[in-house]
Ligand binder design. Structure first.
Ligand SMILES: Nc1ncnc2c1ncn2[C@@H]1O[C@H](COP(=O)(O)OP(=O)(O)OP(=O)(O)O)[C@@H](O)[C@H]1O
Length: 461
């Protein structure tokens, strides 16, 4: 297997595994080469090698053999790499005898801040790239406040929300900001899973004192996906002590989870109440405007990467309306779209979008029918269905008709001629005109924008 092939397997895993698991277990692997059917990787500790081999070995081998059928086995060799790390980290590392096995303490002075077993900070996850909308404005404001440093006002900051809504992004943004504003602070950012493995390892190696010392010496502790420790009794216990020790020293703690503290099952009550004792804020599911804002911001970035690639009108609006699941999928769709369009050398049109994203669009396809849309719109504007689809062109009927056409285009996969047929056999150009008119009016007329949004929500519900 070549380094390039390993590179593309890594990229694939990065997309599919989730940032935390990838950073903990795959990123530290250093591919050395393949010899005699054996693909060799260097790993920083035995622990990591064993863990990857047991948990990801089969999956890695199958991906590697798909690339290179001559590979029959994977071997992990433990190679201790010396690195320039902060003094305090070094001490802990020396004491454990496993230099790279301790979590990363991020400091500006660290020459190689993104270590193997902590969570490296993602360069893309800053406040600058975080798009703020109604669903996340409170979480964003709280994160900004914490990122200023200064006296601790709420401890912990507990951020929660569903998959892919920006928790990790905000945590990393806080860490980046703290690094810039207060480079002397030790900011430790890790997942609850990593906390547990470090704890288990310290127990096993009888290095609990070092473990405690290390965790109690940080200035800001950030723990992602804390729901992971539920049901793991001794990890909870240790987490509780770490938590208390830091709060007592007025050190900031930031926690994220996929649900609110009182919804995490098998969590000890004393931990639950500790987690609730600061500020608990949630990231709500995205709304249309936020999705559109995110798409616009990413699309600007891609336009710089692919100069000259045109995105036709209405495409971003279409994606924002159709892909409602989570931001990660939304981003993935846009990435694919730009890559595909640049490969085939065509502008991003509706046809190209439908062709390139068939699978994503199919999954996110709502079961909204044209009839349902017509019924809702007619009810909303207190007009009869027959007038909505009939020939009369007075504004009281024409505007709701255009809104209904617009929603049909956004919320169903029906083509313009099909939509036209449902509106009294109108031509597809009439439908297109209606859709465009509403696109424009949404920007100029607050009442129409609100009506469209209300209707969309009630159809999505
Ligand atoms: N408001 C936003 N602005 C810009 N990008 C966003 C926003 N919300 C989420 N994203 C992007 O969506 C992707 C997923 O976000 P993130 O990894 O932070 O989600 P998460 O809530 O931590 O999810 P999980 O629970 O799966 O870990 C990231 O690429 C992130 O940059």
């Amino acid at each position: 297997m070549t380094q390039d092939q390993w590179g593309s397997i890594r990229n694939e895993l990065h997309q599919t595994m989730g940032a935390n698991s990838f950073q903990s277990w795959i990123e530290p692997l250093i591919y050395v080469g393949t010899d005699g059917g054996i693909a060799r990787f260097n790993v920083p500790t035995n622990f990591l090698g064993n863990y990857v081999s047991q948990n990801y070995g089969d999956m890695l081998l199958s991906k590697i053999t798909r690339m290179n059928p001559s590979v029959r086995r994977i071997v992990f060799d433990t190679v201790t790499v010396s690195q320039d790390a902060p003094a305090q980290r070094k001490e802990a590392a020396d004491a454990t005898g496993a230099p790279l096995a301790v979590p990363q303490v991020h400091t500006k002075s660290s020459a190689k801040p993104d270590s193997l077993n902590g969570s490296p900070l993602d360069k893309r996850f800053t406040f600058d790239t975080f798009v703020v909308g109604k669903p996340n404005e409170l979480a964003h404001a709280a994160a900004r406040r914490v990122a200023e440093g200064g006296p601790v006002t709420f401890n912990p900051l507990f951020l929660y929300g569903g998959v892919g809504l920006g928790k990790t992004h905000l945590m990393h943004a806080i860490a980046w900001e703290l690094r810039t504003r207060h480079p002397h602070l030790n900011v430790l950012n890790l997942s609850a899973e990593q906390f547990m493995y470090r704890f288990v390892q310290a127990l096993r190696d009888r290095k609990m004192m070092d473990f405690k010392e290390l965790f109690r010496s940080v200035d800001v502790l950030m723990v992602d996906d804390v729901q992971f420790i539920a049901g793991k009794d001794s990890t909870q216990e240790e987490f509780f002590h770490t938590f208390n020790a830091l709060v007592d020293q007025h050190k900031q703690i930031i926690i994220s989870a996929d649900r609110a503290p009182d919804e995490i099952k098998d969590l000890e009550n004393r931990i639950r109440s500790r987690l609730q004792s600061g500020l608990v804020v949630d990231l709500h599911p995205t709304d249309y405007e936020l999705r559109l804002g995110i798409l616009q911001s990413k699309s600007e970035m891609y336009s710089r990467m692919y100069p000259g690639l045109e995105v036709e009108r209405g495409i971003l609006e279409f994606l924002a309306a159709r892909i409602v699941s989570n931001v990660r999928i939304l981003e993935g769709a846009l990435t694919r779209l730009f890559a595909f369009a640049s490969l085939v050398g065509k502008p991003i049109s509706m046809d190209l979008t439908q062709e390139c994203l068939t699978d994503i669009l199919r999954v996110s396809e709502r079961k909204v029918s044209i009839e349902e849309i017509q019924r809702k719109v007619a009810d909303h504007y207190l007009i009869r269905h027959s007038d909505l689809v009939g020939p009369k062109r007075v504004r009281t009927f024409a505007r709701p008709r255009q809104i209904a056409m617009y929603l049909c285009k956004q919320l169903t996969t029906r083509s313009l001629p099909e939509i036209g047929r449902h509106f009294g056999g109108r031509d597809h150009t009439t439908v297109m005109h209606g859709v465009r008119r509403i696109e424009e009016l949404r920007k100029q007329d607050a009442q129409i924008a609100e009506d469209v949004e209300l209707l969309r929500r009630s159809l999505e519900a």
